[in-house]
Structure formats: structure tokens, C-alpha cells
Design a protein around this ligand. Structure first.
Ligand code: SAM
Length: 292
């Protein structure tokens, strides 16, 4: 079927398997061959690589990944698509199709299976993500940072902008800072809605997240850092001292003011004006013996 256009292939497979798109599962398939190739090139995939693909759909990206990578492991939630994929890739011994929810992915056993096949490096995660769970998926991957080295992800353009945002802009937030903690991020290219079938309501962008060895500056307690960031952005219109005091940190207003004063940060500022380094300073002081 490879000689047909991707739109034709979708039509044929829909008829053959009585498949219907489920909007609720974010099923917008990328039908632009150039964009698919650019995603694979963006992850610099080689035969040394073990790739994890989330939501392979009808396998158009999977095909290109399988040509470039040593091993491609995929996780797809839709049972009919898994049936189609299993058939399509039955002859490919470097493609593994798993039926399941990527938000419950057992990274340890996926990695172990990859290792058993001779691929010991961490995964490269490459995916055209289901947009209804983009942010929880990215947080899930960040929680499992030891299992991947790089991610190349198609996301809504608006999410890409939030990831690469700078302080004091409307897009800057928890996602920006928590991605920054673990990875360098960049937008590789943008993709119009017309490149998908069915056409989504939003434009898209492909981002690359390259894992850092260390956060941009030392953070002694990741949990405290994350709690502070969440509280700092929880009430964007409030002053930082009020946002932190009401942010579920278990710190009274007096303690919050003492913390801010000790770090030389003005409590009248808004949480969205603080840099990564300033949140790190607050988290480190909060975690230290000096603040007991
Ligand atoms: N990779 C294909 C492409 O590029 O055309 C399809 C991408 S489509 C945007 C997202 C895919 O993720 C769909 O195939 C959908 O069924 C699947 N999906 C949705 N929720 C999922 C979940 N929780 N876990 C795994 N896959 C999921």
C-alpha cells in the first residue's frame, strides 16, 4: 500500500477494518510525508536507537521510524488501530506494538524489553501526541526522566509556545519551568492544521526536548521546587506572597514573607516574573536548615 497517498491509505484501512475516528482520542493523523520525515530527522534517529512512539495511529510515522531506528516500541490505546498495526507490521521484527494507555506506561518493563533485544540506551520518545492529554503526558515523561534521552513531539502550537516561553509573558508557567528543569527545549518547525486528517481545530508545532544532566542551576529538593512553582502560578493575579501563602505549601503568610526576605525577593511581585534561578533560590532556602 506504500505507493498510495496517506489519505487513500486511511480510506482503505477504514473500510477494511470498519474504523471510525474517535475525536475524544485525539485521532488526527499526519498526512504530510515531508513533515513525517522531518520529525524522524529532528530526532536524529539511527540504527543504534530504541524509539518509543506514543499513539502510532495507522503507523505512518512508525514506518519511517522503523526504517531509521534499531527498535521501535509503540503504545496505542485504540484496540482497532492495534489490530491494524499488528497486521501492517507483522513482517517487521524491529517494531513492537503494545495496546495500552501511555499515561500508565510501565517504563521499567518497556526498557527491560528493549534491553533484552540489545538496546541499552535510554529511549528517544518520538510522537505525534494525542492532544487531549499533551500536558499530563509530558509531565509523566518528566517523572520518568531516567528512561529517555530526547523527545521529539508534535504538540499544539500553543503548548509549544508555553514550553519555550520566557519570564513575564502570558505563556510562561509551570510547564515552562518543569520542562526547563529536565531539558533544553526548542521548536523545530510548525505544522498547519491542513497537514492532518481529519483536520484539527488548532495549528501544531514539533518540539525537541534534550535531557539535561542537571537543572539550569542547583536545586536541592525537586518536590519543594515544583510545589513553589505550582503555588507561584496558582493565582497569577495575586502578589507572590499571597499566592505562596494560599498555595497549599503549609507555610503561613509570615513564614512566606520571611522566606522571600531571606532570598531578597519582593513579595509584591507576581509569580510569573520569577526566573528559574529565583524559584530555585526559594526552594533551596525553604529546604535548608537556615529555614526551620
Ligand atoms: N501517530 C499517528 C500520526 O502521526 O498520524 C497518530 C497520531 S494521533 C494525533 C494520536 C494517537 O494517539 C491516536 O492514534 C490515538 O488513538 C492515540 N491515543 C490516544 N490516547 C492515547 C493514550 N492514552 N495512550 C496511547 N495512545 C493514545
Amino acid at each position: 500500500m506504500k505507493e498510495f497517498s496517506l489519505e487513500t491509505r486511511i480510506r482503505v484501512l477504514m473500510n477494511q477494518y470498519d474504523f471510525h475516528f474517535q475525536k475524544s482520542l485525539g485521532q488526527n493523523f499526519l498526512i504530510d510525508e515531508g513533515a513525517l520525515s522531518q520529525i524522524v530527522a529532528g530526532a536524529d534517529v539511527t540504527k543504534e536507537d530504541k524509539v518509543l512512539e506514543i499513539g502510532p495511529g495507522m503507523g505512518f510515522l512508525t514506518e519511517k521510524l522503523a526504517d531509521a531506528a534499531g527498535l521501535v516500541m509503540t503504545v496505542e490505546l485504540d484496540g482497532t488501530l492495534c489490530e491494524i498495526l499488528t497486521k501492517l507490521f507483522s513482517e517487521e521484527d524491529n517494531v513492537v506494538i503494545c495496546h495500552g494507555d501511555a499515561l500508565r506506561l510501565d517504563f521499567a518493563s518497556m526498557a527491560a524489553e528493549g534491553e533484552a533485544r540489545g538496546f541499552e540506551h535510554p529511549f528517544k520518545i518520538v510522537a505525534n501526541l494525542p492532544y487531549y492529554i499533551t500536558t499530563p503526558l509530558i509531565f509523566y515523561f518528566l517523572e520518568h526522566r531516567e528512561y529517555w534521552s530526547e523527545m521529539v513531539l508534535m504538540v499544539q502550537k500553543e503548548v509549544a509556545q508555553r514550553i519555550v516561553a520566557t519570564a513575564s509573558t502570558k505563556d510562561y508557567g509551570v510547564l515552562t519551568l518543569m520542562v526547563q528543569y529536565d531539558a533544553d527545549s526548542e521548536v523545530i518547525f510548525e505544522v498547519p492544521a491542513s497537514s492532518f486528517h481529519p483536520r484539527p481545530a488548532v495549528d501544531s508545532a514539533v518540539i525537541r526536548l534534550t535531557k539535561r544532566r542537571e537543572p539550569p542551576c542547583p536545586v536541592n529538593d525537586r518536590k519543594k521546587f515544583q510545589s513553589l512553582v505550582k503555588a507561584g502560578f496558582g493565582q497569577r493575579r495575586k502578589t507572590l506572597s499571597n499566592a505562596l501563602a494560599n498555595g497549599g505549601l503549609g507555610l503561613s503568610k509570615e513564614r512566606v514573607c520571611a522566606l522571600l526576605t531571606a532570598c531578597g525577593i519582593d513579595g509584591k511581585r507576581r509569580g510569573e516574573t520569577l526566573s528559574f534561578e529565583e524559584y530555585a533560590l526559594l526552594a533551596n532556602h525553604w529546604a535548608s536548615d537556615l529555614f526551620s
